[in-house]
Design a protein around this ligand. Sequence first.
Ligand code: NSS
Length: 431
Amino acid sequence: MAKHTLAKNIDKHLNETITLKGWVYNIRKSGKIWFLIFRDGTEFIQCVILKNEVSPEVFKLKTTLTQESSITVTGVVQEAPSQKFGYEILVKNIEVIQIAEEYPISLKEHGIEFLLDNRHLWLRSKLPNAILKIRHEVSKASRKFFDERDFTLIDSPMFTPNASEGTTTLFKTKYFDQEAYLTQSGQLYSEAAIMGFNKTYCFGPIFRAEKSKTRRHLTEFWMIEPEMAFYDINDNMELAEEYVSYIIQQVLENRRKELEILKRDVTILEKIKPPFPRITYDEAVKILQKNGRNFKWGDDFGAPDETLITKEFDKPIFIHRWPAETKPFYMKRDKNDDKYVLGMDMIAPEGHGEIIGGSQREDDLDLLLERIKKENLSEKMYNWYIDLRRYGSVPHSGFGLGLERTIGWICGIKHIREAIPWPRTIVRLSP
Ligand code: NSS
């Protein structure tokens, strides 16, 4: 491959002649000069084409080049204070790789369904590009955070014989002559892994047959799940607030430009530092009742409830100590009142809702068996998991952070389908 410069790096080549390879984003014409907005996925750059600087054939390209045509541009990097990026290219030559057919996504606004149907092309546009670069940053920061704190990455399987988060959202699939489910969470496997590695995390896709058509639900999403031996619920919340603060700081440090493209108000993000407020489930219910909402104790909070509860805070908050019946079988009972379990959710501010769910796990063999029986789960299927309470059981905790919900909040976007490259929802399986 010929050596060429990525558009994002041209500032290192001021006054030098360089070659760029990419696509035509837009063209503006005016007499003896025309402008080409070039993109290569790393940056958008203005290229200036002057009649007396290029061959007549190249100058004529102003009438034949179409949006998204692929090209090679050679030219001199010059300062351009009027341009957002601060640099532009004075073109010496353009080679056409392919003239694109009429491109369906123009620079005017399109409806969201049209854009989602054309996700394979829409990925080239400015906003998706910025969001997915932030997604990359959050993934990278997540790995870095746990890697630097003695966690071992132990991935969980995607095919599983059992449910972890209730049986209503399982995707069932044939597995030769057995039945299998796509994973709802790597947690149960991580609980086994920490007995061998102390602190672990898994980071992969999660599948839930969510019937809900909301702006917070995908059927395929990504979760980062740390699990820690000898951590109680307070240690768990402390780690979660440190982690979330860390990824926000990394995005602020490394992806300012993308946040600007998204017009994100960063003052809110800049305030995100530990500690985060902690309230119990009962206190959250009181906030709702105080605000005149008709909420029944024992129900789970819906999106409008979460928005109302977080309105009083400008940071994410923890809601902890949940009624046992609202949460899965594996959560540890509160020894002060066994109506409650030691679960904790982190709710993001600005109406973005729950981004983390976690808990201290039930480490007592008999209590766990009792919960498994009560929920009509198969003891045989969970036998390996129950083993963990037979051989050196220890207090332990963990949580799962939903990657797309977190990105949705950081980017300030309404619907999390834009926070994943290829969204899967109840109504969308393609492209
Ligand atoms: O169901 S969770 O609340 N918790 C668990 O799965 C635990 N087993 C994790 C653990 O302790 N290791 O899901 C965790 C997060 C939740 O807070 C959301 O941010 C996200 O996963 N989540 C989703 N994101 C997008 N779409 C859907 N459907 C979804 N469901 C959960």
